[in-house]
Design a binder for this molecule. Structure first.
Ligand SMILES: [Zn+2]
Length: 265
């Protein structure tokens, strides 16, 4: 994923004042990417900025380092209780302090396929960056991934746009969420462990069966002619009934002995 750095000395940003970001806010730029680039780099702009912008072609521009806060979704303290997003009401401070902002080029929130894919990747990238920098974990779920309107429902009711594909976005984010990935890895490891245990059990069972077969073989194939069968064997050999009397089974020697006793050999 390619990110082009676009911030300059005029781009607005300030300290996070010790807050670690863990909420991603989606916006609509209500204009073109080039007008957004120009505005976020303009010396006349003393009011706004964002961390990232995504063009309709799927290009990603970055204006503010995520270690700093961008001026994207600030609200006066008295408006915080009106926020729709639970996390915003709970935090109770300027949302810019703990949010990372993504602008999308467009007017109503209809994202192109390229823009949508870039946005999904960027969400995961932000999640990874926050873990790398602060070891902070959060999931890419509706609690932590919100729209500007959920922070400022009266001032920004249409940001990121009525057509913004929330359902599709959350479904796609679920597939790339690093926490989901970690869960799946754990589950996979558990299954591998179970399989390994099962294989060890099978190997042990195999060994037991092998030993049993060997003991059965030695039981039946006598290495020497039993003494109680010696006369019968001799008679059988003399009568040319048997050519190789060694290594016979117990049954073989028993039959010869019975035949001999009956006087048949
Ligand atoms: Zn917005």
């Amino acid at each position: 994923m390619e990110i082009t750095w676009m911030g300059n000395e005029h781009t607005n940003s300030s300290s996070r004042e010790g807050y670690v970001p863990f909420v991603i806010v989606n916006h609509i730029s209500a204009g073109t990417m080039s007008s957004m680039d120009a505005w976020f780099r303009s010396p006349d702009n003393r009011v706004s900025s964002a961390h990232f912008g995504i063009s309709k072609a799927g290009e990603i521009h970055q204006y503010v380092d995520i270690k700093r806060m961008a001026w994207a979704q600030g609200i006066p303290k008295e408006q915080i209780p009106n926020a729709e997003a639970e996390v915003v009401r709970k935090m109770g401070v300027n949302p810019n302090l703990y949010c990372v902002s993504i602008e999308h080029e467009g007017m109503v929130g209809e994202l192109t396929p390229e823009q949508f894919n870039a946005s999904v990747k960027l969400h995961r990238y932000i999640q990874d960056q926050i873990y790398e920098i602060w070891q902070k974990e959060f999931s890419l779920t509706p609690y932590y991934v919100i729209g500007h309107y959920q922070i400022n429902p009266t001032g920004k009711p249409y940001c990121p746009g009525r057509r913004f594909p929330w359902e599709r976005l959350y479904a796609a984010l679920e597939k790339v969420d690093r926490l989901k990935e970690a869960e799946q890895m754990e589950e996979l490891q558990r299954q591998v462990e179970e399989l390994r245990r099962h294989m060890n059990e099978l190997a042990a069972e195999n060994q037991r069966l092998g030993e049993r077969i060997q003991s059965l073989e030695t039981l039946h194939n006598q290495p020497e002619i039993p003494t109680w069968a010696a006369d019968a064997v001799q008679a059988a050999v003399e009568g040319q009934l048997v050519l190789n009397p060694e290594n016979g089974s117990l049954d073989f020697y028993r039959i010869l002995t019975v035949l001999h006793r009956k006087g048949l050999i």
